[in-house]
Each structure stands twice: as C-alpha cells, then as structure tokens.
Design a protein around this ligand. Structure first.
Ligand SMILES: [Ca+2]
Length: 482
C-alpha cells in the first residue's frame, strides 16, 4: 500500500467515530456440532442462532466411523431422538437444516478408498432409510444433506478420491432428492499453489464428477492464515481469499457456492496459544467482505463455541465476540466505536504506528510480525483513547500476536481505566489476565474482557495498559459500547 493512500485511509477512519452497521455482511447460518449441545439445550440453541439473525444450520455429522478403515462401527453424534427434537425446533422457527451424515475421515486417512468408502456408502443408505421410516426426511425444515468428509481439493494431485463423493451423493439421492453439500477448504494453497483460475477449474471438475450441488468453501483464514490482504509471501504476491472466491463463483455459479467463514484465531500448531479462540471482529469483517459478493450464503465454523451462549464448552471470549458481531455487523444500530489516541509508551521506530493503526480496520498478519500492520512496544504498552462524546464502554479488546522467536508474547494482563473528563481522576474498571490454559505459543489472540464492563460509563478517555515479559505487538483495538 502506498503511503499517500494510507494517509487518506487514516483520515477516513478517524472521522468515522460511530461506524455504520454492516447488514450486508451478516451470517446466514452456521455449522453445528451436536455432541456438546445436549438435546435438552436445543431450544436455547435455536433461540440463540435466531437472535443472531441466522436461518440455516449445517449439522456437521450424525454418525462417525470409529475404529479405523476396516471397521463397520459407527457412533451416533445425533441419534434419531435427537434429530427428531432438532427438526421439531427447526420447524417451529423456520430454520433450514442440512443434515451431515457419515463422518469417516477422522477414523480413516484413506476414507475415500475401500473398505471404508463402501462401508460409508452402505451405512448412508441404511441411515437415511431409517430416518425416512420415521417421517423425518419430509420435515419442512430439512433442506438437504452434507457429506462431512472434507475434500482436500487444494492438495490432492489426483482425482482418486472423487468417486467416493460421487458414490455417497448417489447413495443420498437414491433415498432423497434434496441438495447435497460438501465443504472444501483454501488451506494448503501456500504449499500447493494453485492460481484462482486453476482452483476454479478444479472445483468445477469436482462438481461435474460428483454431482454435488453446493460447495461450501472454507476461507481458511483461521486454520491456515489464508491471505485476506494483498501481501507478499516468499517474495511473490499471494492471491487473496477474495480472488479465490471470485474465481470459484465464476466456475460454480453463485448458487453453487457458499462460504464458511472461520471466526477463530490462527496458530501454526492447531489451537496452540490463542489459536482457535474467538477472532477479532475487524478481521471477521474483512473475511466477510472477501466472500460476500461471490456466494449465495455465508456460514461460519462454528457459532456455538466462538460466539454462542449455549454450548457448555464455548470459549470464555465468546461473549465478547458475540457482542462485537452484533455491535458491528448484525445489530440494528452500531455499537462499535473508535476514537483518537496517544501512546504513553512509544512504539519502537522499527514497528511504528504511522497513524491511527489501532482503528484502521486492518489486523496484522500472524505469520509475519514485520507486517507494517503490527505496532510494537518493548515492555509494558500503555495507550490513552479519547472519544468524541461520552461513551458507556462494555467491551475492550486488543488484537495481538505471539512470536516467541522474536521475543513477542501474549499479554499477561490488560488493565483498563476510564475517566469522564480529560483532566479528571482515573477509575479502575477492569484488570484482565490471560485466561488460564493459554500458553505462550505462536498465535494471534484477541485480549479483552470476558464479561461486560459495568462501571465504564460516561467515558471520555480510556486507558489500556498491556503487560508481558517481552515485546507487545498490537494491530487493532476493538471497543463496543452499550
Ligand atoms: Ca490496524
């Protein structure tokens, strides 16, 4: 990005103290993982996704192959009683359900070859027939089916696995002629390069050979740090997520393409450090922009633990992301606020803040701490934010990175103070420690409060103090008001 353009962007973002809500970017739905939502919690779960404006769930799977490729043993993730209860709730609320069937890739690496593949095909038919006998396949909310084994279309050199998907699709359609979904991913493209046009050709060929109706492409921003910005990698320009969605849409048609937007942090080792925890809402906004023009539905992986209220194993940061999603994207009015600010501890000249980088809508690249989107402070970092008007602050979060080889760590704590005038006394409104269980491992993380602030009312100035034992690297501050 050239300096002149950057200056213009700074002026724009500083002037937008109360950003507009972005309803054109809302999620239509989410993948759903049954094992951690008990049947008794289904009404609350459906109320939750309805309150977020969603109308679609894709059940990840109802059965999982266990015991390896030669096994014929399946565990129910959602048995017929559970599925009946789920469709009851969906029917009552007008929610569209796509039912994931047999998952086998977790038990068998070569799931697309016999004997696993033939086992899954046979079980798919018998399972659907048992649901049909109960009248479940004709429920109004049941809109289609999902094949849970994710095709590695970016990685597979040969089309050897394609006949498995064709066989499962044929099996499904032999019982019920509703649309069939599958979810390939952009992950892997950094190592197995395909241009956007090449990936479009691969996706179209897969569709032709399998007869699968809709491809729900994962954006892989959380799993593999797929490129949502125009950046270089290993000295070459890397195509962006948006460029891939554009090419996939051209190849499949907009009605044949949905997006699966990952709302979790990237870590090179899965779920290490802050990895797989709820993401920055600014990063999420950019992800939604990357697929929005090219797909007919936007789903997420997965609402229930990353910004849900019901799942018992949801992350402690889920409440913050839920408020931020509603406040910036889905709600009736914007709750997302920015301000002017000064660093009380100067950023390093090597990692400077060249002007309002904390509110410029760009998050740092967790794979590259030399990305100019990162602002680096050696030791404790303190920043004072001034609002144009008095604000009742509910949520404060900072997008950060851990890169231990560079001496950059996640914060041990975030201290928050407020005052109602620029000369008044400071009030302590919260001191938040890194949640237990997060180790210092390379990852991005969004540090903030995990329950709403209660005493940050009438705030003119907000002071954040971020403490760790090395460098603090920050790229965005996210504030949500009442
Ligand atoms: Ca930024």
């Amino acid at each position: 990005m050239v300096p002149v353009l950057f200056t213009l962007l700074v002026v724009l973002f500083v002037s937008s103290v109360n950003a507009v809500i972005e309803p054109n970017l809302v999620f239509h739905g989410t993948f759903f993982y049954p094992p951690t939502v008990p049947q008794a919690s289904l009404p609350a779960y459906f109320n939750d996704i309805r309150s977020l404006g969603m109308n679609t769930i894709v059940v990840q799977a109802i059965r999982e192959l266990t015991g390896g490729c030669s096994s014929t043993s399946f565990n129910w993730w959602a048995d017929t009683n559970y599925i009946t209860a789920l469709l009851n709730e969906a029917d009552n609320r007008g929610i569209n359900v796509y039912l994931g069937l047999d998952l086998s890739s977790t038990s068998c690496n070569l799931f697309y070859d016999p004997p696993s593949s033939t086992t899954v095909v046979a079980d798919t038919i018998s399972t659907l027939q048992s649901l049909q006998a109960l009248g479940l396949l004709s429920r109004p909310s049941l809109k289609g089916y999902y094949i849970p084994d994710e095709p590695a279309l970016t990685v597979w050199v040969l089309t050897t696995p394609y006949p498995y998907y064709a066989a499962v699709t044929t099996a499904i359609k032999s019982v019920s002629n509703k649309p069939v979904l599958v979810s390939p991913y952009l992950a892997g493209l950094r190592n197995t390069y395909h241009s956007p046009a090449e990936l479009g050709t691969i996706a179209a060929n897969f569709k032709t050979q399998t007869n699968i109706d809709i491809q729900v492409w994962q954006d892989s921003v959380g799993a593999d740090d797929a490129n949502i910005y125009h950046r270089m990698y290993n000295g070459s320009p890397l195509p962006t997520v948006e460029e891939y969605y554009s090419a996939l849409s051209a190849a499949l048609g907009i009605n044949g393409l949905w997006s699966d937007v990952e709302v979790f942090n990237y870590s090179p080792t899965f779920a290490a450090g802050g990895g797989y925890r709820p993401s920055s809402v600014v990063r999420l906004t950019n992800q939604l922009r990357a697929s929005s023009p090219y797909v007919s539905k936007r789903l997420t992986w997965i609402q229930q633990i990353h910004f849900g209220k019901v799942d018992t194993i949801r992350y402690p940061e889920a409440a913050r992301l839920e408020a931020a999603y509603i406040g910036k994207i889905q709600g009736a009015t914007s709750k997302y606020v920015t301000g002017s600010y000064t660093w009380n501890t100067s950023p390093s000249p090597s990692y400077p803040d060249i002007g309002s980088e904390m509110f410029d809508g760009i998050t740092g690249d967790p794979l590259n701490v030399q990305d100019p989107a990162w602002v680096g402070v050696s030791g404790v970092a303190t920043v004072t934010i001034t609002f144009a008007t008095l604000v009742n602050v509910k949520w404060v979060a900072v997008h950060m990175v851990c890169a231990s080889g560079w001496g950059i760590y996640l914060p041990q704590s975030l201290n928050v103070r407020t005052r109602s005038t620029v000369t008044g006394a400071w009030n302590q409104v919260g001191l938040f420690n890194l949640p237990s269980g997060i180790l210092q491992a390379d990852s991005e993380y969004v540090m903030g409060n995990t329950a709403p602030l209660t005493t940050a009312t009438n705030t003119k100035q907000l002071e954040l103090t971020i403490t760790n034992g090395g460098w603090n690297f920050m790229s965005e501050i996210e504030i949500i008001k009442a």
